[in-house]
Design a protein around this ligand. Sequence first.
Ligand SMILES: *[C@@H]1O[C@H](CO)[C@@H](O)[C@H](O)[C@H]1NC(C)=O
Ligand SMILES: *[C@@H]1O[C@H](CO)[C@@H](O)[C@H](O)[C@H]1NC(C)=O
Ligand SMILES: *[C@@H]1O[C@H](CO)[C@@H](O)[C@H](O)[C@H]1NC(C)=O
Ligand SMILES: *[C@@H]1O[C@H](CO)[C@@H](O)[C@H](O)[C@H]1NC(C)=O
Ligand SMILES: *[C@@H]1O[C@H](CO)[C@@H](O)[C@H](O)[C@H]1NC(C)=O
Ligand SMILES: *[C@@H]1O[C@H](CO)[C@@H](O)[C@H](O)[C@H]1NC(C)=O
Ligand SMILES: *[C@@H]1O[C@H](CO)[C@@H](O)[C@H](O)[C@H]1NC(C)=O
Length: 308
Amino acid sequence: MSRSSFCRVLSAASLLLLGLALVPRCTDAWKHKNFTVSDLEHIQLPLNLEYLEAEYFLWAAYGYGLDKIAPYLPQGGPEPIGVQKANLDNFTQDIVIQLGLQEVGHLSAIQKALGPYYFPRVQLDLSNATWANLMDNAFGEKLNPPFNPYINSLNYLISIYTIPYVGLTGYVGTIPLLKGEGAKALVAGLLGVEAGQDAVIRTLLYQYKDELVKPYNYTVAEFTDKISQLRNNLSHAFVDEGLEVPKSEGADGLVTGNVLSANNYSYSYARTGEQVLDTVYGTGSASKPGGFYPKGGNGTIALSYLKS
Ligand SMILES: *[C@@H]1O[C@H](CO)[C@@H](O)[C@H](O)[C@H]1NC(C)=O
Ligand SMILES: *[C@@H]1O[C@H](CO)[C@@H](O)[C@H](O)[C@H]1NC(C)=O
Ligand SMILES: *[C@@H]1O[C@H](CO)[C@@H](O)[C@H](O)[C@H]1NC(C)=O
Ligand SMILES: *[C@@H]1O[C@H](CO)[C@@H](O)[C@H](O)[C@H]1NC(C)=O
Ligand SMILES: *[C@@H]1O[C@H](CO)[C@@H](O)[C@H](O)[C@H]1NC(C)=O
Ligand SMILES: *[C@@H]1O[C@H](CO)[C@@H](O)[C@H](O)[C@H]1NC(C)=O
Ligand SMILES: *[C@@H]1O[C@H](CO)[C@@H](O)[C@H](O)[C@H]1NC(C)=O
């Protein structure tokens, strides 16, 4: 029996025997060959990241987030800790508004695809203390004053250098594991825009790459290099490059400028789901929550590591 006729029979049987409980599952995406259950579980993992992106961009630009803009998306999940409006110039705010609203679209698309596999917003910690801690770890010293992403546009841009890139490497890692046509189409579409977001952020930062990030004695390029090194360490792999690299790592091995992070063939690095969690938890282990996710992520794959 094909999956869809199986579903029809199941729906009819459940109407008769069990009431309506099973029907919604069959009207959702996985009714079709477009999404296997494994596809849905793989798409749950980046849902954790899309929540973070949406809240961090929207709050920075507007001073409020999903609860006000799209309350059907967080489904009553806990409010993010310590997130706030950032002091952005008009140009940066204009761009961050667009990034935030793109995430609303991503979450809506994922919600539609996942159906009963969708889950409410997870606990996020976007406080200035968490950001300060991340930068201290990247530099291996306590920055003085503590790094605060919310105080100006440059600091905020440096902070978001850390965000879509992890998502994009995760999507590159996910696509080869997907089976259904719809799942591949969805993740390819999400990947395209995450990569675009990363490119916009990196290009904006690239024009200031040699400037000091006041009051620190480190340039913008040094910040990005340190953040990327930290993320490589947390991921236990070489998948991340800052805005300036040794020539051997530059495009075709010929340049030190590195507006995009890419491997020796100039295609995108991939992260596994586990490496994504190792990185965003800030602990180097998908079994140890922390960083932006004090209680860890949700969904089958994230939960499987939390249990282990
Ligand atoms: C920024 O936008 C606000 C509100 O739209 C406007 O009042 C202000 O003049 C703008 N500032 C600059 C520097 O363009
Ligand atoms: C995870 O998602 C399920 C729904 O799929 C929900 O019932 C549960 O409360 C969520 N757990 C956390 C920690 O957010
Ligand atoms: C962090 O943000 C809080 C308000 O949300 C503020 O009171 C505090 O001074 C900030 N700390 C630093 C180190 O910027
Ligand atoms: C399956 O996915 C393809 C590609 O996105 C789409 O064109 C098609 O409409 C989907 N089929 C169903 C039944 O949802
Ligand atoms: C700032 O850093 C540069 C090199 O990175 C160093 O030469 C200089 O001495 C530093 N200045 C201060 C005030 O620490
Ligand atoms: C990354 O790990 C290397 C080797 O253990 C270490 O030398 C370096 O300081 C670490 N860098 C960061 C930013 O964590
Ligand atoms: C890229 O190529 C250079 C030179 O052959 C090599 O040193 C480097 O390890 C390569 N990088 C990666 C990530 O494979």
